[in-house]
Design a protein around this ligand. Structure first.
Ligand SMILES: Nc1ncnc2c1ncn2[C@@H]1O[C@H](COP(=O)(O)OP(=O)(O)O)[C@@H](O)[C@H]1O
Ligand SMILES: [Mg+2]
Length: 223
Protein backbone atom coordinates (compact mmCIF):
# COMPACT_ATOMS: atom_id res chain seq x y z
CA UNK A 1 0.00 0.00 0.00
CA UNK A 2 1.24 3.47 -0.85
CA UNK A 3 0.21 5.92 1.81
CA UNK A 4 0.69 9.61 1.22
CA UNK A 5 -0.35 12.36 3.58
CA UNK A 6 -0.58 15.86 2.17
CA UNK A 7 -0.93 19.04 4.18
CA UNK A 8 -3.25 17.61 6.81
CA UNK A 9 -4.71 20.12 9.23
CA UNK A 10 -7.24 19.61 12.01
CA UNK A 11 -8.56 22.58 13.88
CA UNK A 12 -10.32 22.36 17.23
CA UNK A 13 -12.15 24.87 19.31
CA UNK A 14 -11.11 25.59 22.87
CA UNK A 15 -13.28 28.12 24.66
CA UNK A 16 -13.45 31.22 22.47
CA UNK A 17 -10.44 30.34 20.36
CA UNK A 18 -9.42 27.79 17.80
CA UNK A 19 -6.16 25.97 17.54
CA UNK A 20 -4.64 23.50 15.13
CA UNK A 21 -4.22 20.12 16.81
CA UNK A 22 -2.49 18.99 13.60
CA UNK A 23 -1.07 21.55 11.21
CA UNK A 24 0.10 21.08 7.63
CA UNK A 25 1.49 17.59 8.10
CA UNK A 26 2.83 15.83 5.02
CA UNK A 27 4.70 12.56 4.67
CA UNK A 28 4.69 9.36 2.74
CA UNK A 29 4.97 5.97 4.29
CA UNK A 30 6.93 3.45 2.28
CA UNK A 31 5.72 -0.12 1.98
CA UNK A 32 7.03 -2.15 4.89
CA UNK A 33 8.16 0.95 6.82
CA UNK A 34 8.44 0.97 10.59
CA UNK A 35 7.97 4.52 11.77
CA UNK A 36 7.58 5.93 15.25
CA UNK A 37 5.73 9.12 15.89
CA UNK A 38 6.90 10.81 19.04
CA UNK A 39 5.89 14.04 20.74
CA UNK A 40 4.62 15.28 24.06
CA UNK A 41 1.18 14.52 25.29
CA UNK A 42 -1.21 16.84 23.42
CA UNK A 43 1.10 17.26 20.42
CA UNK A 44 -1.48 15.76 18.04
CA UNK A 45 -0.39 12.13 17.62
CA UNK A 46 -3.82 10.57 18.18
CA UNK A 47 -5.54 13.21 16.06
CA UNK A 48 -3.13 12.53 13.22
CA UNK A 49 -3.55 8.74 13.41
CA UNK A 50 -7.33 9.09 13.46
CA UNK A 51 -7.18 11.09 10.25
CA UNK A 52 -4.75 8.70 8.59
CA UNK A 53 -7.18 5.87 9.18
CA UNK A 54 -10.14 7.91 8.00
CA UNK A 55 -12.02 8.06 11.31
CA UNK A 56 -11.66 11.79 11.61
CA UNK A 57 -12.11 14.21 8.73
CA UNK A 58 -9.40 16.86 8.34
CA UNK A 59 -10.16 20.55 7.87
CA UNK A 60 -7.79 20.52 4.95
CA UNK A 61 -5.37 18.17 3.30
CA UNK A 62 -5.54 14.67 1.92
CA UNK A 63 -4.85 11.08 2.83
CA UNK A 64 -3.99 9.20 -0.36
CA UNK A 65 -4.11 5.42 -0.35
CA UNK A 66 -2.66 4.06 -3.57
CA UNK A 67 -3.37 7.48 -5.02
CA UNK A 68 -7.02 7.62 -3.93
CA UNK A 69 -8.13 10.26 -1.46
CA UNK A 70 -9.68 8.50 1.53
CA UNK A 71 -12.05 11.40 2.11
CA UNK A 72 -13.43 11.26 -1.42
CA UNK A 73 -14.81 7.80 -0.62
CA UNK A 74 -18.20 7.25 0.98
CA UNK A 75 -18.52 5.99 4.56
CA UNK A 76 -18.94 2.40 3.51
CA UNK A 77 -15.84 2.40 1.30
CA UNK A 78 -13.86 4.15 4.00
CA UNK A 79 -14.85 1.60 6.61
CA UNK A 80 -14.02 -1.18 4.16
CA UNK A 81 -10.53 0.28 3.84
CA UNK A 82 -10.24 0.44 7.61
CA UNK A 83 -11.43 -3.08 8.20
CA UNK A 84 -9.75 -4.81 5.31
CA UNK A 85 -6.37 -3.19 4.87
CA UNK A 86 -5.36 -1.57 8.11
CA UNK A 87 -5.10 -2.86 11.64
CA UNK A 88 -5.69 -0.21 14.25
CA UNK A 89 -4.67 -0.43 17.87
CA UNK A 90 -6.28 2.61 19.48
CA UNK A 91 -4.95 4.33 22.56
CA UNK A 92 -6.15 2.92 25.87
CA UNK A 93 -9.02 0.53 26.30
CA UNK A 94 -10.93 -0.09 23.14
CA UNK A 95 -12.62 -3.47 23.44
CA UNK A 96 -16.37 -3.91 23.56
CA UNK A 97 -17.41 -4.98 27.05
CA UNK A 98 -20.30 -7.18 25.98
CA UNK A 99 -18.19 -9.39 23.69
CA UNK A 100 -15.69 -12.02 24.78
CA UNK A 101 -12.01 -11.62 23.95
CA UNK A 102 -12.47 -13.89 20.95
CA UNK A 103 -15.63 -12.05 19.86
CA UNK A 104 -13.75 -8.74 19.99
CA UNK A 105 -10.85 -10.10 17.96
CA UNK A 106 -13.19 -11.48 15.27
CA UNK A 107 -15.25 -8.32 14.92
CA UNK A 108 -13.37 -6.63 12.02
CA UNK A 109 -13.69 -9.85 10.03
CA UNK A 110 -17.46 -9.85 10.40
CA UNK A 111 -17.78 -6.12 9.81
CA UNK A 112 -16.05 -6.83 6.54
CA UNK A 113 -18.75 -9.42 5.71
CA UNK A 114 -16.23 -11.88 4.40
CA UNK A 115 -17.20 -15.38 3.54
CA UNK A 116 -15.55 -18.11 5.55
CA UNK A 117 -14.92 -18.15 9.23
CA UNK A 118 -12.59 -16.16 11.40
CA UNK A 119 -12.57 -18.63 14.26
CA UNK A 120 -9.50 -20.57 13.20
CA UNK A 121 -7.51 -17.44 12.41
CA UNK A 122 -8.52 -15.82 15.70
CA UNK A 123 -7.49 -18.95 17.60
CA UNK A 124 -4.11 -19.05 15.85
CA UNK A 125 -3.52 -15.41 16.79
CA UNK A 126 -4.50 -16.12 20.38
CA UNK A 127 -1.95 -18.93 20.49
CA UNK A 128 0.77 -16.69 19.01
CA UNK A 129 -0.06 -13.99 21.50
CA UNK A 130 -0.16 -16.38 24.44
CA UNK A 131 -3.77 -15.67 25.36
CA UNK A 132 -5.58 -18.87 24.29
CA UNK A 133 -6.75 -19.43 27.83
CA UNK A 134 -8.59 -16.10 27.71
CA UNK A 135 -10.78 -16.76 24.66
CA UNK A 136 -14.02 -16.65 26.60
CA UNK A 137 -13.11 -13.95 29.09
CA UNK A 138 -14.74 -10.55 28.95
CA UNK A 139 -12.68 -7.35 28.84
CA UNK A 140 -13.58 -6.43 32.43
CA UNK A 141 -11.85 -9.64 33.54
CA UNK A 142 -8.55 -8.93 31.77
CA UNK A 143 -5.37 -7.10 32.76
CA UNK A 144 -3.92 -4.18 30.78
CA UNK A 145 -1.39 -6.40 29.00
CA UNK A 146 -4.03 -8.99 28.17
CA UNK A 147 -6.40 -6.34 26.81
CA UNK A 148 -3.62 -5.00 24.61
CA UNK A 149 -2.96 -8.45 23.17
CA UNK A 150 -6.62 -8.95 22.39
CA UNK A 151 -6.60 -5.54 20.65
CA UNK A 152 -3.58 -6.75 18.71
CA UNK A 153 -5.35 -9.93 17.67
CA UNK A 154 -8.26 -7.78 16.51
CA UNK A 155 -5.86 -5.57 14.51
CA UNK A 156 -4.35 -8.65 12.86
CA UNK A 157 -7.48 -10.65 12.09
CA UNK A 158 -7.77 -9.44 8.48
CA UNK A 159 -4.01 -9.74 7.77
CA UNK A 160 -3.50 -5.98 7.25
CA UNK A 161 -0.75 -4.39 5.16
CA UNK A 162 -0.40 -1.56 7.64
CA UNK A 163 -0.76 -1.33 11.40
CA UNK A 164 -1.44 1.96 13.10
CA UNK A 165 -0.80 1.73 16.79
CA UNK A 166 -1.38 4.44 19.35
CA UNK A 167 1.00 3.97 22.28
CA UNK A 168 0.79 0.17 22.05
CA UNK A 169 3.18 -0.51 24.90
CA UNK A 170 2.17 2.21 27.33
CA UNK A 171 1.32 0.95 30.82
CA UNK A 172 2.78 -2.48 30.11
CA UNK A 173 5.42 -4.20 32.19
CA UNK A 174 8.77 -4.58 30.49
CA UNK A 175 8.30 -8.30 29.78
CA UNK A 176 4.99 -7.78 28.00
CA UNK A 177 6.33 -4.74 26.14
CA UNK A 178 9.30 -6.79 24.96
CA UNK A 179 6.98 -9.48 23.60
CA UNK A 180 5.09 -6.84 21.67
CA UNK A 181 8.36 -5.43 20.24
CA UNK A 182 9.32 -8.89 19.07
CA UNK A 183 5.91 -9.51 17.56
CA UNK A 184 5.97 -6.17 15.69
CA UNK A 185 9.47 -6.92 14.42
CA UNK A 186 8.36 -10.34 13.14
CA UNK A 187 5.34 -8.87 11.38
CA UNK A 188 7.46 -6.10 9.91
CA UNK A 189 9.93 -8.70 8.60
CA UNK A 190 6.94 -10.28 6.82
CA UNK A 191 6.24 -6.94 5.13
CA UNK A 192 3.63 -5.34 7.39
CA UNK A 193 4.19 -1.58 7.70
CA UNK A 194 3.87 0.21 11.05
CA UNK A 195 3.11 3.74 12.03
CA UNK A 196 3.06 4.04 15.79
CA UNK A 197 2.67 6.82 18.27
CA UNK A 198 4.92 5.89 21.13
CA UNK A 199 6.92 7.11 24.08
CA UNK A 200 8.70 3.78 24.20
CA UNK A 201 12.33 4.62 23.38
CA UNK A 202 13.28 1.01 22.83
CA UNK A 203 10.41 0.43 20.42
CA UNK A 204 11.15 3.57 18.40
CA UNK A 205 14.84 2.70 18.23
CA UNK A 206 13.95 -0.46 16.36
CA UNK A 207 12.25 1.39 13.51
CA UNK A 208 13.51 2.94 10.28
CA UNK A 209 12.50 6.43 11.26
CA UNK A 210 11.40 8.56 14.18
CA UNK A 211 9.20 11.54 13.39
CA UNK A 212 8.41 14.17 15.97
CA UNK A 213 5.23 16.17 16.33
CA UNK A 214 5.46 19.48 18.08
CA UNK A 215 2.21 21.39 18.68
CA UNK A 216 0.65 19.64 15.71
CA UNK A 217 3.57 20.15 13.34
CA UNK A 218 5.95 17.54 12.10
CA UNK A 219 9.14 19.33 13.09
CA UNK A 220 11.79 16.71 13.00
CA UNK A 221 12.70 13.54 11.33
CA UNK A 222 15.40 11.82 13.25
CA UNK A 223 17.21 8.66 12.27
N1 LIG B 1 -12.35 16.44 20.02
C1 LIG B 1 -11.53 17.39 20.44
N2 LIG B 1 -11.96 18.66 20.64
C2 LIG B 1 -11.13 19.63 21.03
N3 LIG B 1 -9.83 19.45 21.28
C3 LIG B 1 -9.33 18.21 21.10
C4 LIG B 1 -10.15 17.11 20.69
N4 LIG B 1 -9.36 16.01 20.59
C5 LIG B 1 -8.12 16.40 20.95
N5 LIG B 1 -8.09 17.71 21.26
C6 LIG B 1 -6.89 18.49 21.64
O1 LIG B 1 -5.99 18.41 20.54
C7 LIG B 1 -4.65 18.33 21.00
C8 LIG B 1 -4.00 17.06 20.45
O2 LIG B 1 -4.57 15.93 21.08
P1 LIG B 1 -4.09 14.45 20.77
O3 LIG B 1 -4.10 14.26 19.30
O4 LIG B 1 -4.94 13.53 21.58
O5 LIG B 1 -2.58 14.48 21.29
P2 LIG B 1 -1.60 13.29 21.70
O6 LIG B 1 -2.17 12.01 21.17
O7 LIG B 1 -0.29 13.65 21.07
O8 LIG B 1 -1.51 13.30 23.19
C9 LIG B 1 -4.72 18.36 22.51
O9 LIG B 1 -4.49 19.68 22.92
C10 LIG B 1 -6.14 17.95 22.82
O10 LIG B 1 -6.59 18.53 24.01
MG1 LIG C 1 -2.70 10.29 22.12
Amino acid sequence: MRLEIRHLTKRYRRGQTHFDAVYNVSFSLAEGAFVSLIGRSGSGKTTLLNMVIGLLGPDSGEVLVDGINLFSLDDRQRSDFRNARVGYIPQGRSLLGNLTALGNARLPFHLQRRSGDSLQKARELFVQLGISHLENSYPAELSGGELRRVALARALINSPELILADEPTSDLDIGTAREIWELFARLNAQGVAFLMATHDVELSRRGNAIWELHSGQLTQETK
